[in-house]
Design a protein around this ligand. Structure first.
Ligand code: GYE
Length: 375
């Protein structure tokens, strides 16, 4: 953005979608800030693998989790571990994949050997699951996919998927950026954007990256300076941002971080390099965009150092429990279930973004809003 270079040198509502009654926090509104208990303390739960108990009246569920790479992931694990409890009628076997698909494949095979009643899989990447899921299907074990998606030849390998529309999240973010630039008179300026990507091949990365690339294609004045993978991890987010600042320095206008943890790292790197994160592009501030809306991400958003945080909701515990209960009663689930999500900013210039003729709220972040958050 030439003009700025100088300055810088200075909740899909699941209840609608599942065929037999489900509950999901936030149903009925796109803005999930309205209710629920504060689950942030759940994040202290133990995420180590756990073993099956012998009580045969319990429903045994094997959950293959990706790892613990981000606040989001920790909140998701806590939600599932705190819901699929013995008191609620479950015997949960939790396997932490430590960020490796091979560990997740091994976990699925172990669940099959253990003859669990259900398998829940949160897949690190989309491809490579066919044979392990075939083994589960051959053993008659229903598989529910959560959060990220799988790309399989035969869709009957899993019963149902519930997760986010990652492309829509990305589009909501880029629409916010477009509206901001327009509103602040930067609409015709050159805008240099850097994409700090999540784990390559994961649904969250694929959808969010594609949304940015599509927006860049339709905005002649938006330039994609670089795309670097940071694996959804804070430390990598920091390293990658340091390298990018060294390489592009004053040129960077916008950092599109594909999750909050990367944004935390990016903010550290920005500060250490002597830059400021914020909205004032003309004064040389770097605008940080993020996804997840975890507690710290929203605090940073309230303070204006993350410009907009597009929610990705990790609280799947109740939803998964409802899905399993539906299957237990002989009910059926829709194959594809999107959760509804919100978007947050401390910028007051506008309060909605429009995507494909649908109007989505952008929630102005206040302390009162923060208090209603569950993760
Ligand atoms: O955005 C990120 C996490 O798959 C939606 O994975 C999830 C993503 C989330 O590590 O923080």
């Amino acid at each position: 953005m030439s003009k700025f270079l100088n300055a810088k040198t200075l909740n899909i509502c699941l209840c609608l979608l599942l065929a037999v009654g489900l509950t999901a926090a936030g149903c009925g509104t796109d803005d999930r800030v309205g209710g629920g208990s504060n689950a942030s303390s759940d994040a202290s739960a133990d995420y180590e693998s756990s073993d099956a108990s012998d009580d045969s009246s319990l429903i045994t569920v094997g959950f293959s989790q990706i790892g613990a790479e981000s606040d989001w992931r920790i909140a998701e694990s806590a939600s599932i571990q705190n819901t699929l409890t013995v008191e609620n009628g479950y015997n949960l076997i939790f396997e932490n994949g430590q960020q490796k698909q091979e560990n997740q494949l091994k976990a699925i095979r172990e669940f099959v050997d253990q003859k669990v009643d259900y398998i829940i899989l949160d897949p690190i990447v989309e491809s490579g699951w066919d044979s392990a899921l075939e083994e589960a299907r051959d053993a008659g074990i229903p598989v529910i996919i959560v959060d990220r998606e799988v790309e399989v030849e035969d869709e009957s390998l899993y019963v149902s998927w519930v997760g986010s529309d990652f492309y829509l999240e990305g589009v909501r973010c880029t629409k916010w950026l477009e509206a901001f630039l327009e509103k602040e008179g930067y609409g015709d300026e050159e805008i240099n954007i850097v994409d700090i990507q999540g784990t390559l091949g994961s649904s969250a990365q694929i959808g969010r990256t594609k949304a940015l690339e599509d927006a860049i294609d339709t905005h002649g004045n938006w330039n994609l300076l670089a795309q670097e993978e940071a694996d959804f991890v804070q430390a990598r987010g920091k390293e990658v941002t340091q390298e990018l600042i060294e390489k592009y320095g004053d040129k960077i206008d916008v950092l599109y971080c594909e999750n909050d943890s990367e944004a935390y790292g990016a903010l550290e790197a920005i500060g250490e390099a002597g830059y400021q994160a914020g909205y004032n592009l003309a004064a040389g501030e770097i605008m940080v965009l993020s996804f997840d809306a975890a507690e710290r991400g929203l605090t940073d958003t309230k303070n204006g150092v993350i410009a907009v945080d597009t929610e990705c909701n990790p609280l799947y515990g109740e939803t998964l429990s409802s899905m399993i209960k539906t299957l237990e009663k002989g009910g059926t689930l829709l194959k594809t279930n999107y959760v509804r999500e919100a978007q947050f900013s401390a910028y007051t210039g506008f309060s909605t973004v429009i995507v494909d003729n649908v109007t989505y709220p952008v929630t102005f972040l206040t302390d009162a809003v923060m208090e209603t958050r569950e993760y």
